[in-house]
Design a protein around this ligand. Structure first.
Ligand code: FES
Ligand SMILES: [Fe+2]
Length: 457
């Protein structure tokens, strides 16, 4: 069945006409603008509430928080997932006070009302005493739309929303070949950052900044915009296909193969020195060897991917606030969540998901290069953009930025966002001046404007 999975297409989408709305500074610091976003945009969009394998068994639950809302996400007896506002309908107490767990019933800590995992009220003390008879019969928690897809749990506050598949089309089809639902989430970080959430999402929607901000990446990423493909879809999904595993043309040392590309080539049976002077050939050679050696090395999922996907970065931006960077050996979610009251603060989330590879090779050759995954105690590790981590579902971890790191590349992005947050408030800044390759930033803000305008009416 899985062998019939449709390949991720490379077709270039016809150019989308953008209006050129001005992106002025106030949307990054105005309380009024934040209020509009939280009241007009967020209640209408599909959002990732969590990683589905966090709640593998019936009765397992976690709480997803966004803005002022808390959502209780629960695995049902029939293994589907449902989601409810985490609020007791009696007098509005928060129903569940812990972030995760497994419970057969949810009991309110105020007057003891009890709800089952389907959200139905099962017990209310002195129920005969209701002034309006039958008030507590058939009473349920308020439900929100919920779907499981690509390994994520998605929710939408709107019960009459566009189906998820349509909302994230065509990304949902493009990402299916990666087999992400079988991956492990090995990194689950959050840091509170003193900048607007869109400042970071803008950053993750362009690669114009790579040469100046992340020169380390240029030894393995061909970030020149002429070599990348950019696509913007009607749904609001944007993507960028960027060649990987060859140095950027503008990289100062682009004649020589450097770490981590050296290690990746060795890991796949290639001698890095043979590509010195012809580094652009490393990518194709690697594709061929990966294809040839994948099965015997336990890389069970490569057969669903095209040759280009075996080396390249397929980057998808989702409306309104997250991106997924896909590589064959792991994928990264970057998501700045809005702060409920302060437009100049956000919660930056960094997740990394990897396939489980039986055998001796690292689960993540793309970000860091091949290393032995066995440590002395026999535990399995994998490389991630935030360093080496245990190959297991990671518990959530709060990061105190900048004392602690979100991953060195993200730290660089966050550092700039903090500086930019100050700059956009200056009278000297009028509005962003965007290049063609920053079209995804423009598209995203135009979508945001459309949502606000449409729902304001
Ligand atoms: S507020 Fe929950 S039982 Fe009263
Ligand atoms: Fe960046």
């Amino acid at each position: 069945m899985e062998n019939k999975i449709k390949r991720t297409p490379r077709d270039k989408e016809p150019e989308l006409k953008l209006r050129g709305d001005k992106i002025a500074g106030n949307r990054y610091y105005s309380k009024d603008f934040l209020h509009k976003e939280l009241s007009l945009v967020w209640p209408k969009v599909w959002q990732i509430a969590g990683w589905a394998s966090e709640i593998p068994e019936p009765n397992d639950f976690f709480i997803y928080k966004v803005g002022h809302e808390e959502i209780l996400v629960v695995r049902q007896k029939d293994t589907t997932i449902r989601a409810f506002y985490n609020v007791c309908p009696h007098r509005g107490n928060l129903l569940v006070q812990v972030n995760e767990g497994s419970l057969k019933t949810f009991k309110c800590s105020y007057h003891g009302w009890e709800f089952n995992t389907e959200g139905i009220l099962k017990y209310a003390k002195d129920s005969e005493d209701f002034v309006e008879k039958n008030l507590c019969e058939n009473l349920s928690l308020e439900e929100v739309s919920c779907e499981e897809s690509l390994g994520f749990v998605w929710i939408n506050f709107d019960r009459n929303c566009t189906p998820l598949r349509e909302f994230i089309y065509p990304a949902i089809e493009h990402l299916e070949p990666y087999q992400t639902k079988k991956f492990l989430r090995v990194l689950n970080l959050t840091a509170e950052i003193k900048c607007n959430w869109k400042m970071l999402h803008d950053n993750f929607s362009e690669t114009y900044h790579v040469d100046t901000l992340h020169p380390e990446l240029m030894s393995q990423m061909d970030n020149n915009y002429n070599d990348s493909q950019f696509d913007m879809y009607e749904s609001g999904i944007n993507r960028m296909l960027m060649p990987g595993h060859r140095p950027a043309k503008s990289f100062i040392n682009n004649n020589v193969i450097e770490f981590p590309l050296t290690d990746v080539l060795k890991m796949w049976g290639l001698d890095p020195s043979q590509f010195n002077g012809k580094t652009s050939e490393a990518r194709t050679a690697l594709q061929n060897n990966k294809r040839k050696l994948a099965k015997e090395n336990g890389y069970w999922h490569y057969e669903f991917l095209t040759n280009e996907q075996l080396t390249d970065y397929y980057h998808y931006s989702f409306f309104p606030n997250f991106s997924l960077t896909m590589t064959p050996d792991g994928f990264e979610l970057l998501r700045p969540q809005p702060h409920p009251t302060d437009p100049e603060r956000c919660f930056m989330e960094h997740w990394y998901m990897v396939p489980i590879i039986e055998g001796s090779l690292s689960g993540s050759s793309t970000f860091k290069g091949g290393e032995d995954i066995n440590n002395l105690e026999g535990e399995l590790f994998t490389e991630t953009p935030a360093g080496r981590r245990l190959l297991q579902n990671a518990p959530h971890q709060w990061v105190e930025y900048p004392k602690e790191s979100l991953g060195f590349i993200i730290d660089q992005d966050v550092g700039i966002a903090l500086s930019q947050q100050k700059g956009v408030k200056s009278r000297g800044f009028k509005h962003s001046l965007l290049l063609g390759q920053e079209g995804r930033v423009r598209r995203y803000h135009e979508m945001l404007n459309d949502y606000i305008r449409r729902t304001e009416k």
